[in-house]
Design a protein around this ligand. Structure first.
Ligand code: PLP
Length: 399
């Protein structure tokens, strides 16, 4: 056969290309601000101590590897739903929430995409401009049209909130709007509490379905604080979808564990929607992997391990927030006139430095400082050991 001959090569993932270049660079002070994973002060992505303990427990107690079914683990699903919504959320009490375990947040989004396609084959999903690069490809792969609403203003380093509201006011009630729960990727620019309140009112008025992507719960202001929009939205609308990831906040990246949650008007409708969700899952991967879910449910199901997790999560969050202020202060110290205060105010793993593509290239070529072309920087790549060099390099390139 010659079927493959018709193929043309797809472009490589730019972030992975950057990582390869970084690894091959022998500059002694090279800095990697590309890849979006948490790193500690020494540049290592550690396994959390609570995870190690949960894995040990699992190794000792696991008794079968038999199929678990398309929903995954019931305990994991319940605990994830309580983590997202809080244990006494009215939607939990009304029994209108259904959660399944998925292969990472990406798996949750893909399940959501196929589910949306079954709700409305002509649905449009509205994503923020900009958004996580994978959102577009993922929804298009499910046959859904992707359109954008205004979000981040690169000039003023703030939210285009009025434009965002104006765009959402015109979204059809048959469509879906994707919102980031917290730690917006790539801009770091989140909705404030009053802005969430406005968007939630608008969503309930217009009747479109919100899909909230929560890939960084606990990385912004705290586990409960970061779920503000998720919780309030779920109480205000009939239908909603939530995609959660345990990759970052549990450090379980390669274990591929997350959750997809649907909220319907009432328990009966939730059961119907759930049956469709299970069908969609059977048609993609049949059943989710179990290991990551077992770890998370062991942690969240134990008061002691949960506290240890919250403490370890606080360390990660405070390091990221600390890095933000540290970089801003260092830039001032190196005599940079331009205002970078926005970096200290934004949240999560990323911000746009806001420099030109030519300056990004110069940083890479002359200073071995690596970031993607958009000048999005991964905040966890900063540390006390490289911040002086980083700030000096930025200062030279933008002066
Ligand atoms: N959503 C957003 C906004 C993300 O940034 C990511 C990961 O970078 C994900 C979802 C999916 O993460 P994963 O599939 O690794 O759980």
């Amino acid at each position: 056969g010659a079927m493959f001959n018709k193929l043309t090569a797809m472009p490589a993932d730019p972030i992975l290309g950057l990582l390869t270049k970084y690894r091959e660079d022998d500059h002694s002070q090279k800095v990697d601000l590309g890849v979006g994973v948490y790193k500690d002060e020494s540049g290592h992505t550690p396994i959390l101590s609570c995870v190690k303990k949960a894995e040990k427990f699992r190794l000792e107690t696991e008794s079968t590897k038999v199929y678990i079914g398309p929903t995954g683990s019931a305990d994991f699903n319940r605990l994830m739903s309580e983590l997202a919504f809080g244990a006494v959320h009215p939607a939990i009490i009304a029994n209108r929430i259904r959660t399944v375990s998925t292969p990472g947040g990406t798996g949750a989004l893909r399940v959501a995409a196929d589910f949306i396609k079954r709700c409305n084959p002509n649905a449009v999903i509205w994503v923020s401009d900009p958004t996580w690069a994978n959102h577009t490809g993922l929804f298009e792969a499910a046959g859904i049209t992707v359109k954008t609403y205004p979000y981040y203003d690169y000039e003023t380093k703030s939210l285009k909130f009025d434009e965002m509201k104006a765009a959402l006011a015109n979204v059809s009630s048959d469509d879906v709007v994707l919102l980031h729960a917290c730690c917006h990727n790539p801009s770091g620019m989140d909705l404030s509490v009053p802005q969430w309140d406005e968007i939630i009112t608008l969503t309930a008025d217009k009747g479109f379905t919100p899909l909230i992507d929560m890939a960084y719960q606990g990385f912004g202001d705290g586990v409960d604080e970061d779920a503000y929009g998720v919780r309030k939205m779920a109480a205000a609308v009939n239908d909603m979808i939530l995609c959660s990831s345990c990759s970052k906040n549990f450090g379980l990246y390669r274990e591929r564990i997350g959750a997809c949650t649907i909220i319907a008007k009432d328990a009966t409708r939730a059961d119907i929607a759930f049956s469709v969700l299970l069908y969609v899952i059977r048609c993609i991967y049949s059943m989710p992997p179990a290991h990551g879910a077992a770890i998370v449910e062991t942690i969240l199901g134990s008061d002691e391990l949960k506290q240890e997790w919250l403490d370890e999560l606080t360390v990660m969050r405070e390091r990221i927030n600390g890095n933000r202020t540290m970089l801003v202060n260092k830039l001032k110290e190196k005599g940079v006139q331009r205002n970078f205060d926005f970096i200290a105010q934004q949240k999560g793993m990323f911000s746009f430095l806001g420099i030109t593509a030519a300056q990004v290239a110069e940083l890479q070529e002359h200073y071995s400082v690596y970031m993607v072309d958009s000048s999005r920087i991964s905040i966890a790549g900063i540390g006390t050991g490289n911040v002086d060099y980083l700030a000096e390099s930025i200062a030279k390139v933008i002066s």
